[in-house]
Write a protein that binds this ligand. Structure first.
Ligand SMILES: NC(=O)c1ccc[n+]([C@@H]2O[C@H](COP(=O)([O-])OP(=O)(O)OC[C@H]3O[C@@H](n4cnc5c(N)ncnc54)[C@H](OP(=O)(O)O)[C@@H]3O)[C@@H](O)[C@H]2O)c1
Length: 286
């Protein structure tokens, strides 16, 4: 019998890849999902689906039963910190030995940025749990470009700031290695792609890969706030996103790291390869 691994956040941008790669490697999969399963991997008949969220102790206790190693990703409201503290207690009591968690670059319990601080506090909860842990600390996902260019327009407040964009397939590969293999315990993997690119460079590369026009427009933060409000985003989330764009514009997220190579012994995927592999999905936005 293959071992069954638990994925929490399997509908997510990274979680769906973790689920897919676990199944492709022949492992068993249980997924705790907050909403309906929305991705192909979770519709396979051999996947055990449970419904619930990080605020639901009973669902969490059922999900971790019999599980040795798990992956967890959630979103980042203030209550996510207390929920993680609570969750590690439930997991530990059930005998879970290893947790791999999707964090973020520059996670730090003392950071000024809400996102970095909340990630840092959740990392700390894991470190103090007594279970083996691996922190995945990616920069921004290349896959965001499959959603962020409606009509070919990248209207974003990124200025000329650079980001070491990473492919979620690489993050997932590190997650699967850390869940199923040895030697990743107690590691914080800083995960970036091979190049720090501006939004203008992203648009140019997307245009070159698809033969279609993708155009970047640097919008002011106030205009972007109004755009997010019109989309129905909650205020806490808008504040968090604008804080990140401020850091991007100031060049604070431009560093590159070799976590993919450290964990997997191979180079991270480039944005050119990402665009080539996803050309049809990029064009769907036009
Ligand atoms: N997006 C990026 O570029 C980026 C970069 C670095 C780090 N991160 C970090 O990665 C994490 C996930 O972000 P993402 O962009 O990947 O979001 P995402 O694609 O929406 O994935 C988050 C997943 O977590 C699930 N989830 C959220 N809150 C939950 C809760 N209370 N209980 C159970 N499941 C919950 C969601 O479930 P449903 O879909 O079922 O609602 C979703 O599947 C965040 O902590 C973020 O800070 C993101």
């Amino acid at each position: 019998m293959p071992e069954t691994f638990l994925v929490i956040g399997g509908n997510g941008r990274v979680g769906r890849e973790v689920a897919t790669q676990l199944l492709d490697a022949g492992h068993g999969l249980r997924a705790l999902v907050r909403t309906e399963p929305r991705v192909d991997a979770l519709h396979r008949t051999d996947v055990e689906i449970m419904r619930g969220d990080m605020g639901d102790d009973q669902a969490l206790a059922s999900a971790v039963e019999g599980i040795r190693a798990l992956y967890v990703a959630t979103d980042d409201p203030e209550e996510s910190v207390e929920q993680m503290r609570n969750f590690v207690g439930i997991a530990r009591s059930a005998g879970v030995e290893r947790i791999v968690r999707l964090s973020a670059m520059s996670a730090d319990p003392d950071a000024k940025s809400d996102l970095s601080r909340r990630h840092g506090l959740r990392e700390r909860a894991l470190e103090e749990s007594g279970m083996a842990w691996t922190h995945l600390r990616p920069t921004w996902f290349m896959q965001m470009m499959l959603e962020y260019a409606p009509g070919g327009r990248l209207d974003l407040p990124g200025g000329t700031g650079r980001i070491g964009w990473i492919d979620t397939r690489d993050i997932a590969a590190v997650a699967v290695a850390a869940m199923t293999g040895e030697g990743h315990e107690g590691k914080s993997y800083e995960l970036t792609g091979p190049a720090a690119l501006t939004y203008q460079e992203l648009a140019d590369t997307m245009s070159a890969a698809t033969g279609r026009d993708f155009v970047y427009r640097d919008v002011q933060p106030d205009e972007y706030r109004a755009m997010m409000q019109a989309e129905g985003d909650e205020d806490w989330y808008i504040d968090l996103v604008l804080q990140i764009y401020d850091r991007i514009s100031n060049g604070e997220l431009s560093n590159l790291a070799d976590g993919v190579e450290q964990a997997l012994g191979r180079k991270a995927t480039s944005f050119e390869v990402f665009c080539r592999d996803h050309a049809a999905e990029l064009i769907k936005q036009l």
